[in-house]
Design a protein. Structure first.
Length: 309
């Protein structure tokens, strides 16, 4: 797992106890989440216009603490379907479809800063100026860090889940990325081509449920709901130091994207007071293969930051 910096071992160990206490229940809970999904995604969808684009979001839960969940690259808010049932009682949950994703409008250009502004606009529309705990998976982690810098949003804390940040000492490699819109003759054909990137073990029922929310009809056939022009190599990385609110860094122990040294390096970039949380037996898409563990981490940290804000 790697060695934590001096002074961090106790906090990391405590966080791991929180996570490990529920990890054994995951195989039994996964199917419960699948059964719940139809109920969750049927909640009314709201929207807010940001810089000319309609940004969709859903609002669920009856708790007193506000939590925002932001998906990763080329994903959508339904990726949280297996995490949300564990949070509904204690939190008010806002899930956003970033522009270019899900049911939100597409733009000509995208940036982390614009997405961060979208999250802030949706949170203010849903929660007003109340304290809000921000959670982002993968790319969403960069987005919520950008959101946390907005003074009009009373961010109580930030949790990034398996989010990669480049080593500032290494040069960026030029990308050969080219946009390609893939068309399929039917909805079923498109769903059959749905894959996780990066690949990892996944329950086929979960994969098919996600696939059903990830396709749309267009002229000439079916394609993905996200904008095929999205280019991850064009996205700038937001500054993560001196955010002004607590930042927690979580990663899957089996992740092919973020390992222990990477997580601790990110914690060092964030600065003092950062907690690193490892999710046992979880891969990069830990919201899918470790939903209860992720929910346990969100619950513990959001409650803590709300009471100490």
């Amino acid at each position: 797992m790697g060695s934590p910096p001096d002074g961090e071992s106790v906090r990391v160990f405590v966080s791991n106890i929180i996570v490990r206490s529920v990890i054994r229940a995951i195989p039994q809970v996964v199917y419960l989440h699948v059964a719940c999904c139809e109920k969750i995604v049927s909640d009314p969808v709201h929207s807010v216009v940001v810089d000319g684009a309609r940004v969709s979001y859903s609002l669920e839960g009856t708790g007193a603490v506000n939590v925002v969940l932001v998906h990763g690259f080329a994903a959508h808010r339904q990726w949280w379907d297996w995490v949300v049932p564990e949070l509904l009682r204690d939190f008010r949950i806002l899930r956003v479809d970033l522009s270019g994703h899900g049911e939100s409008d597409h733009r000509n250009r995208y940036s982390i800063e614009t997405w961060g502004t979208e999250v802030v606009a949706a949170a203010l529309a849903a929660f007003g100026d109340g304290p809000t705990f921000l959670v982002g998976h993968s790319l969403g982690g960069r987005v919520v860090i950008a959101s946390g810098r907005h003074p009009e949003l009373a961010a109580s804390g930030v949790l990034v889940l398996d989010t990669s940040f480049p080593d500032p000492e290494l040069p960026r490699v030029p990308s050969q990325w080219k946009p390609v819109q893939r068309l399929y003759e039917s909805r079923e054909a498109a769903m059959e081509r749905f894959r996780l990137v990066p690949p990892q073990p996944i329950d086929p029922t979960i994969l098919r449920t996600l696939a059903g929310h990830s396709v749309r009809a267009v002229e000439g056939g079916w394609t993905w709901r996200h904008d095929f022009r999205l280019n991850p190599t064009e996205l700038q990385f937001p500054p993560i130091a001196d955010l002004g609110v607590p930042v927690r860094v979580a990663y899957g122990e089996e992740s092919s994207v973020v390992d222990a040294p990477t997580a601790y390096r990110m914690a060092e970039l964030v600065g003092d007071g950062t907690t690193v949380v490892s999710i046992p037996r979880a891969h990069h898409h830990l919201v899918l293969d470790a939903p209860e563990a992720v929910a346990a981490a969100i619950t513990a940290l959001a409650r803590h930051d709300q009471t100490t804000d």
